[in-house]
Design a protein around this ligand. Sequence first.
Ligand SMILES: C=CC1=C(C)c2cc3[nH]c(cc4nc(cc5[nH]c(cc1n2)c(C)c5CCC(=O)O)C(CCC(=O)O)=C4C)c(C)c3C=C
Ligand SMILES: [Fe+2]
Ligand SMILES: [Fe+2]
Length: 335
Amino acid sequence: MNPPADHPAIPARKVGVLLINLGTPDEADSKAVKRYLKEFLSDPRVVEIPKLAWQPILRGIILNTRPKKSAHAYGLVWTDEGSPLAKITRAQARALQGAWGPGVLVDYAMRYGNPAIARQVQAMKDAGCERILLAPLYPQYCAATTATANDKAFAKLAQMRWQPAVRTLPPYHDDPAYIGALKELVEAELAALDWEPDAIVASFHGMPERTLFKGDPYHCHCQKTARLLSEALGRELLVAFQSRFGRAKWLGPATDEVLAGLPGKGVKRVAIVAPGFSADCIETLEELAIRGRETFEEAGGERFAYLPCLNDTAPGIAMLRSILERELAGWVGVP
Ligand SMILES: C=CC1=C(C)c2cc3[nH]c(cc4nc(cc5[nH]c(cc1n2)c(C)c5CCC(=O)O)C(CCC(=O)O)=C4C)c(C)c3C=C
Ligand SMILES: [Fe+2]
Ligand SMILES: [Fe+2]
């Protein structure tokens, strides 16, 4: 459609869409994992303990013990194309490339590790992007994930004399496109089983409980996602929080404790889904699909299914396209 004569078309300008996820080690060995954990766990948005108190614990204890354990866990799920998180995030960017024509470049970055956010923002600027949509792929907003990803991009922009214009993707925990895609995938995965689960657990990554009292909306966003998904599926979901870290009290109930308790309550067949992860990663493939299964079976469970994340599946990519497109309105010729 031609624009009205008194309202000329905006000249086409190059746009960058930067998908951002958490990050992952470059290799599944202790050295690479140590480098990654050092960067990750030194982020004051992640560990909110004063630097002078935290750094000696991190350097003196955690970085001398955890890398070996975590490297073993990464080794169990590593692929020919690197860690599952890196492989899937790359595939998501590839699947979206060209979705809005040649003027919109789609790429990805990691908050910790590679490819670094600063490098990718610079690459988009060098490629002629005058506008960038930063898209942290966390459905539920959390200062330790969404905010720190945006902070890192803004820190890069702060060094530029001529900045591109920037928008950020808001949380999408209650977006009908997201809930609809989860419903479609969960139903397809359940239909592929030759048994019916007695219960479905929705496991979200945990957070220290104090972040809730400090006003982080993460816990509420997780609960809302679970309620909407439960309504869409027409069945109950048990909400749990995984991946406890450190000594502070974390959000509960803990996924491992829920799984260990279910068989004793007569729930012998369980399916578990992780709606807060936009891509499968060590936390889902090792912690849930391997260790979660062991926990459940050792407690007397008989059937266990881990249902994969949206990843680069057709419903997952259609969902990303829809939520990104809304943020691109006015920047590119989307209807
Ligand atoms: C999806 C949201 C996530 C939140 C919220 C989150 C908070 C959070 N995480 C840690 C500590 C660790 N997380 C680790 C891995 C990891 N975490 C997320 C996502 C969230 N984290 C993802 C996607 C991954 C996977 C990375 C991968 O390479 O596959 C790890 C590393 C693995 C391990 O050693 O267990 C740690 C450590 C804290 C402390 C925290 C909140 C304050
Ligand atoms: Fe984490
Ligand atoms: Fe974990």
